[in-house]
Design a protein. Structure first.
Length: 80
């Protein structure tokens, strides 16, 4: 029987991407999300985490974070 391994991902966006790729979530502590996998899946798991960095999902997450940083400021209306 193949050995089970637990690995974590600290970034929530990357963890969601890993989850979308069918890895089983087995827990969370602080910002770390823990996944269970077979030992043979370890290389694929690591490549999925790297793939996330160049994906459109990462760009989307970056845009969300940028929007969260915008303070309250209604747009300036220019009257013609």
């Amino acid at each position: 029987m193949e050995k089970k391994i637990i690995k974590h991902v600290a970034d929530l966006g990357a963890a969601a991407y890993v989850m979308m790729n069918k890895y089983k979530v087995v827990g969370k502590k602080g910002t770390a999300v823990y996944f269970e996998m077979n030992e043979s899946e370890l290389i694929h798991f690591d490549s999925i985490k790297m793939e996330y960095l160049s994906s459109e999902f990462h760009r989307f997450d970056a845009c969300l974070m940028a929007l969260k940083k915008i303070g309250e400021s209604p747009p300036h209306i220019i009257e013609e």
